[in-house]
Design a protein around this ligand. Sequence first.
Ligand code: UD1
Ligand code: UDP
Length: 354
Amino acid sequence: MKIISIVGARPQFIKAAPVSKALRTKHNELLIHTGQHYDENMSKVFFEELKIPRPDYNLEVGSGSHGKMTGMMLEKLEEIYLKEKPDFVLVYGDTNSTLAGALAASKLLIPVIHVEAGLRSFNKTMPEEQNRILTDHISELLLVPTKDAEKNLTNEGITDSVYNIGDVMYDAVLDFKEIARKKSDLLKKLDIKGDYILTTIHRAENTNDINRLKNIVEALNECGSTVILPIHPRTKKYILEYGLSFNDNIKLIDPVGYIEMLELEMNANKIVSDSGGIQKEAYFMGKPCITMRDETEWVETVEVGWNLIVGTDKEKIKTAIKEFAPNSDRPEIFGDGKAAEKILNIIESYSKER
Ligand code: UD1
Ligand code: UDP
């Protein structure tokens, strides 16, 4: 079988690591990197550390408006699909690369496999929500990570070929956690010895709104804890543009590779973020997660008490950093860490039945 997988943004490289490994045990997988993320520490570092196969094609689309980025990807992907004639196209998550990969394939009647299908924030102003809804509705095989995601698809009338496989990011954490524990020494390099909060910020709704970003920066400045903040290039750009600044308790660093990120997560006291992937990783690591958004797709983490949604209210963020302390169990809401193997098996049986 020939499967083309599409990646383009940081979390997709991480998701592809276990899945490409599994697919390549039996099939011909081609990897296309759209070039949506391109800085070394947003792209190359993940391919090296996670031993992700070198992309067969790099579209080098780079940054731009949504329409421009998606349009450029569509044009280039169509050409490659026509040349390579894959049996399936596999896409991950909810980025512009996801939608372009799925749409170009769907128009050519190539079946699309959507990994991380069914998630909803029910906030259609988010580019990710638009990307996910559209991708789900043109995919043939929908691989959902949670029960709630399956319910969301049922509510939209999508019930055929939906499989709950758990979360591939859990596979990745299980594959690389020990390596991070043994080999990563970022905390030593940063000279951090005591307690700290790990923070990331990159969501458009937070970076593109001066009031929301200002509240977040002020809450972190005033929280009374050491904060390690590997800063996304989007956020760095807006911090400079808005003239915001960080106090000395904030350790501002460039984006880090996955192994160093796992080290930072597993040793943090709490994680404060607006990332999707990091909410899940906090849960896998047993770290309290404070989410600086108005809603989440990962509702189960909130329901079981390990994730607190605080929006960008300065006082709520500060109080949560001081006081949030989950004391409940962490049930297996993201499967058993064998999602990649399940993807391989499901694609094989689906392909036989078609
Ligand atoms: C994208 C995804 C988002 C995902 C995130 C993961 C969409 C609509 N958004 O958001 O769902 O959570 O990736 O990190 O697809 N930039 C650089 N260097 C890079 C990459 C980006 O400087 O290597 C800067 C550019 O100024 C760019 C901005 O970051 O305009 C935003 O990049 P973009 O890929 O459009 O969106 P993300 O915020 O990264
Ligand atoms: N990540 C990383 N280095 C960083 C920040 C994040 O390796 O400096 C990893 C993080 O551990 C997770 C993924 O990137 O696996 C999450 O990506 P991001 O927050 O950019 O996107 P989202 O998950 O919100 O789409």
